[in-house]
Write a new protein. Structure first.
Length: 183
């Protein structure tokens, strides 16, 4: 462990790793429900968010290991799949918590610790979760009349968009060649 990195930052990384693992798992289940109800866009949105959460999970894991920590064992939570409305509401609630509370708190401590790897991964996740919350809210507001449009996920930071940026990712600044189209 780096001398200036607190155990709390490592614990926060593990909390985030576990949370993103569960979110990816949950959104896959929600995607199957949306697909079964013939809502192609909402299914794609949940698949895109699941992919983004998997990017965050791996980024958090790399930061834990780079900072000399260990990835803690855990079990995935049981997924309770509801109606499309309930699933979107649950997703908005989770993303909003991460955007408004969890990641800002984790980010502040990582910066204080000078833990660049943790700072970067928390910042990328924070930006992506904010975008996910907007996309989920839009999908909920337009449920039943959702325009079926493409979704793209940055393989570096998990940022998720409905239209490719012109040159580079607005979050991590990597080229748009790092975006994956979600089908």
């Amino acid at each position: 462990m780096y001398a200036n990195v607190s155990q709390q930052t490592l614990d926060n990384l593990n909390t985030a790793f576990q949370g993103e693992s569960n979110a990816a798992h949950r959104y896959e289940a929600f995607a199957k429900k949306a697909a079964a109800e013939d809502n192609a866009y909402v299914a794609r949105l949940f698949r895109a968010a699941s992919k983004a959460e998997a990017v965050h999970k791996e980024s958090h894991k790399k930061a834990i290991l780079a900072l000399g920590g260990k990835v803690k064992d855990f079990q995935l939570d049981e997924v309770k799949v509801g109606t499309l409305t309930e699933n979107l509401q649950a997703a908005i609630k989770g993303e909003s918590y991460e955007r408004d509370t969890m990641y800002p708190d984790f980010l502040a401590l990582a910066k204080k610790d000078g833990a660049k790897e943790a700072t970067r991964t928390f910042l990328y996740a924070l930006k992506a979760e904010a975008e996910h919350a907007k996309l989920y809210q839009d999908a909920l507001d337009n449920l039943g009349k959702n325009a079926d449009r493409p979704l793209y996920v940055c393989k570096v930071c998990g940022y998720t968009v409905t239209k490719l940026p012109e040159k580079s990712c607005p979050s991590c600044r990597e080229p748009i060649s790092e975006y994956l189209r979600i089908n």
